[in-house]
Design a protein around this ligand. Structure first.
Ligand SMILES: *[C@@H]1O[C@H](CO)[C@@H](O)[C@H](O)[C@H]1NC(C)=O
Ligand SMILES: *[C@@H]1O[C@H](CO)[C@@H](O)[C@H](O)[C@H]1NC(C)=O
Ligand SMILES: *[C@@H]1O[C@H](CO)[C@@H](O)[C@H](O)[C@H]1NC(C)=O
Ligand SMILES: *[C@@H]1O[C@H](CO)[C@@H](O)[C@H](O)[C@H]1NC(C)=O
Ligand SMILES: *[C@@H]1O[C@H](CO)[C@@H](O)[C@H](O)[C@H]1NC(C)=O
Ligand SMILES: *[C@@H]1O[C@H](CO)[C@@H](O)[C@H](O)[C@H]1NC(C)=O
Ligand SMILES: *[C@@H]1O[C@H](CO)[C@@H](O)[C@H](O)[C@H]1NC(C)=O
Ligand SMILES: *[C@@H]1O[C@H](CO)[C@@H](O)[C@H](O)[C@H]1NC(C)=O
Ligand SMILES: *[C@@H]1O[C@H](CO)[C@@H](O)[C@H](O)[C@H]1NC(C)=O
Ligand SMILES: *[C@@H]1O[C@H](CO)[C@@H](O)[C@H](O)[C@H]1NC(C)=O
Length: 423
């Protein structure tokens, strides 16, 4: 019998492995609950992944040497087949830091895994869940690896907070089983871009799409692309440099969409011309700092599921004409820094007026609101936060403010109020 040198080498390696770790050869997924479940090929793949990690300050991968890879931290296998199904190495120690109650950034440097994402992951072809978020796994190229598009069983892919640069690989469109895709990188120093997101429309079951801070500045047709995915429940396209939201969709497919975040895209057109007011199922709508001007259109009155509406920092709203009266589910309304003019009595009169008033937070800081606070404020019985700081209010604060039993924060600084102020 002839033996090639490669075969000889293999025999020697196997023999050495058997000597060093006799258990290693007793692997068998069919062997039931006793013994090890771990599939050798997948264990090797995990070890290769570990080799790609150059720094692990918290020792997250410290257990990644034992025989039974299914018990390694972050690894979950099928107890029936032994295949790795989940790899969950999210960095949970990413601390945000704030200034004046706004999040300014995230510290991850001292806690993150650093290195690259090894293509050895492809050996784990049953993987359904991959979460590597908030780690510095941007590798030596800084690019998001194209091979991720071959992990076609994935239902959940979270790469948020990994500071990749360069193009988002359109190969991700091959992940036809995905339900959650999160590529957001808010507060990163590096930014990705995409000039064509038509690949997204090839993911028919997508429920969550997060591309916060990916530069999409050339994509004028973005609402048409997302509208092809009726399963979408949440869409985060904040800080994407989207060029406009002034499109008109002939037919709205997005009936399941509950959460839309378009914060900090500069849409310098009238707010009423945006297409998304026809999304009547929305519960959370974030439009802070989108530089839309004028008021929300009357169509807002049909978005009765709305719970959170953030329109802050849209600096040219002018006189309030919008009515929030029948938004009975509204919990948080943020209209800070909108240059809203008009009388406070008129504005309070536009707030939800429902048998059960759920409004908990009303933010009207830094507008140009005038007049005397009306007794009707007492109708907003569930308010916990009321901010009217830096306006032009005058006169006394009405005693009805005492009806707001749940109020924990009331900020009226920077006005011209007077009179007694009792419990
Ligand atoms: C795997 O084990 C867990 C708990 O040990 C059990 O709840 C689950 O049903 C098992 N799954 C299968 C597919 O056997
Ligand atoms: C992805 O991970 C980040 C943090 O690690 C988390 O905040 C975010 O909710 C996750 N995305 C999804 C879709 O679960
Ligand atoms: C990876 O990200 C870090 C943090 O943003 C950055 O300092 C580094 O330059 C990036 N690496 C490459 C190769 O782009
Ligand atoms: C994956 O996607 C790319 C780009 O969208 C495409 O060219 C390629 O054929 C796809 N591969 C498979 C196996 O479907
Ligand atoms: C996005 O990309 C465009 C075109 O490359 C560029 O002009 C713009 O400055 C980028 N936006 C940001 C916020 O980096
Ligand atoms: C609505 O969704 C279906 C299914 O994805 C798609 O075929 C259709 O083109 C979409 N309609 C519009 C107007 O985009
Ligand atoms: C919203 O829907 C109405 C009728 O359902 C339609 O006339 C209007 O053009 C739509 N607006 C946008 C911006 O798509
Ligand atoms: C406050 O909210 C609770 C629970 O949603 C509700 O039962 C109660 O009636 C509300 N109070 C007012 C004054 O609307
Ligand atoms: C605020 O309103 C007053 C009186 O209506 C007006 O004179 C002033 O220019 C307004 N200020 C701003 C910043 O809009
Ligand atoms: C205050 O909050 C409690 C629970 O959060 C709620 O049950 C109660 O109705 C609220 N009070 C008023 C006056 O609405």
């Amino acid at each position: 019998m002839r033996t090639t040198s490669a075969e000889l080498l293999l025999i020697c390696v196997l023999a050495a492995a058997a000597l060093l770790a006799p258990d290693a050869l007793q692997v068998g997924p069919a062997s039931g609950s006793a013994g090890t479940n771990c599939i050798p090929r997948e264990r090797d793949a995990l070890l290769s992944f570990k080799h790609g990690i150059t720094s692990d300050p918290l020792g997250v991968l410290a257990s990644w040497h034992k025989e039974e890879c299914c018990q390694w931290r972050g690894v979950k296998c099928s107890n029936r087949t032994g295949h790795v199904l989940r790899l969950h190495l999210r960095n949970l120690h990413a601390d945000t830091y704030t200034s004046d109650e706004e999040i300014m950034g995230v510290y991850t440097r001292d806690t993150a895994l650093v290195g690259q994402i090894s293509s050895s992951l492809l050996s784990m072809d049953r993987l359904v869940h991959l979460d590597l978020s908030m780690n510095y796994l941007n590798g030596s190229s800084g690019r998001m690896p194209e091979f991720l598009g071959s992990l076609t069983r994935l239902r959940y892919l979270n790469l948020s907070g990994i500071p990749f640069s360069g193009r988002v690989p359109p190969q991700l469109g091959n992940l036809s089983n995905l339900q959650h895709l999160d590529l957001s990188c808010q507060f990163c120093n590096e930014y990705m871009y995409s000039r064509d997101i038509s690949w997204v429309a090839r993911i028919p079951k997508l429920q969550y799409l997060g591309m916060n801070s990916v530069n999409l500045s050339t994509i004028v047709d973005w609402p048409y692309v997302v509208n092809i995915i009726p399963s979408l429940k949440a869409l985060d396209l904040g800080f994407c440099s989207l060029p406009t939201s002034k499109q008109s969709l002939p037919h709205i497919n997005l009936t399941k969409l509950e959460k839309l975040d378009l914060s900090s895209n500069i849409f310098a057109h009238p707010m009423a011309q945006s297409w998304f007011w026809n999304l009547t199922g929305l519960q959370h709508l974030y439009l802070a700092n989108t530089q839309q001007y004028g008021q929300a259109p009357d169509a807002l009155a049909h978005v009765t599921s709305l719970q959170v509406l953030d329109l802050s920092y849209n600096r040219n709203m002018g006189t309030m004409t919008t009515s929030f009266k029948n938004l009975c589910n509204l919990r948080i309304l943020d209209l800070s820094y909108c240059q809203i003019g008009g009388n406070i009595k008129d504005i309070i009169g536009r707030m939800p007026q429902c048998p059960l008033n759920k409004l908990h937070e009303l933010h009207l800081r830094s507008n140009n609101i005038t007049g005397i606070m009306p007794s009707e404020i007492g109708m907003l019985g569930n308010l916990t936060i009321l901010v009217l700081r830096d306006n032009n209010l005058n006169g006394p604060v009405p005693s009805e403010i005492g009806m707001l039993c749940n109020l924990t924060t009331m900020d009226l600084r920077g006005n011209f109020l007077n009179g007694d102020f009792t419990e």
